[in-house]
Design a protein around this ligand. Structure first.
Ligand code: ADP
Ligand code: ADP
Ligand code: ZN
Length: 223
């Protein structure tokens, strides 16, 4: 099963992608995580991307398309993948179609997580992750069970993203409105788009996504 999770920064894409990974054995491909790994490793791509990310703008399409094109051929993608943070522009969406077609792959569903802007700002400014395993947390909405200790791996170091601040979030939300939201109709017209209420609590959002995916699977066997 190949899925796209679409939604503004802070909508819950990463949270839900990780849940889907565990439950359905499909792999999360987060372009944001790939870029942050490149920044941490100090590769030429990382050096180029860092300034753009810190401003809250989008990294050039050809760079992003190249990253995904190289990634979806890996062995772990054979059972399917969840695109988290890609595509973000019309050019990326059409490049994705071309690369899937070239490889005889398809898209099963595009899931939009709808969350209103004040909630997004609160989610982003309170976000932190485990420095070792990457599990996501929130100051208000998902604190570790034991303060200062990761629920999953027991590590006690956490990180906050440089771009998760109240100023940069405005640019990122604008980039979403101007460049990413316009690709929603492209998927709606093809009958692939499913909008899920991302304002609900995490477990409810997960259940709504599971429902969409089981309907999609049923529809596929009926054809
Ligand atoms: P969020 O979790 O807020 O949605 P991501 O982790 O997906 O953010 O992305 C962080 C930053 O990485 C973006 O603001 C952008 O600069 C860059 N980025 C990630 N994915 C893409 C993409 N598909 N196209 C262009 N830039 C991207
Ligand atoms: P994205 O990948 O779309 O940028 P994340 O999954 O990182 O979003 O979620 C952003 C922040 O909001 C995280 O701190 C996460 O713990 C929290 N969060 C995610 N889903 C919900 C939800 N349904 N309700 C409240 N907080 C949430
Ligand atoms: Zn951890």
């Amino acid at each position: 099963m190949n899925i796209i999770l679409l939604g503004p920064p802070g909508a819950g894409k990463g949270t839900q992608a990780r849940r889907l990974e565990e439950r359905h054995g499909i792999v999360q491909l987060s372009t944001g995580d790939m870029l942050r790994a490149a920044v941490a490793a100090g590769t030429p791509l990382g050096l180029q991307a860092k300034a753009v990310m810190d401003r809250g703008e989008l990294v050039p399409d050809d760079v992003m398309v190249g990253l995904i094109d190289a990634r979806i051929v890996a062995d772990d993608c054979r059972r399917g993948f969840i695109l988290d943070g890609f595509p973000r522009t019309a050019a990326q969406a059409s490049a994705l179609d071309a690369m899937l077609e070239r490889r005889g792959l398809g898209l099963d569903a595009v899931i939009e997580l709808a969350v209103d802007e004040p909630a997004l700002v609160e989610r982003i400014t309170g976000r932190f992750t485990c420095a070792r395993c990457g599990t996501g947390y929130h100051d208000r909405f998902k604190r570790p069970r034991v303060d200062g200790v990761c629920d999953v791996c027991g590590n006690s170091q956490f990180v906050r993203r440089a771009d998760d601040n109240a100023v940069t979030v405005r640019t990122r939300l604008k980039a979403y409105r101007d460049q990413t939201a316009p690709i929603l109709p492209y998927y709606r017209e093809r009958g692939l788009l499913h909008t899920v209420d991302g304002m609900a609590e995490m477990a409810k959002v997960g259940a709504a996504i599971d429902e969409v995916l089981s309907e999609t699977a049923t529809a596929a066997t009926e054809h």
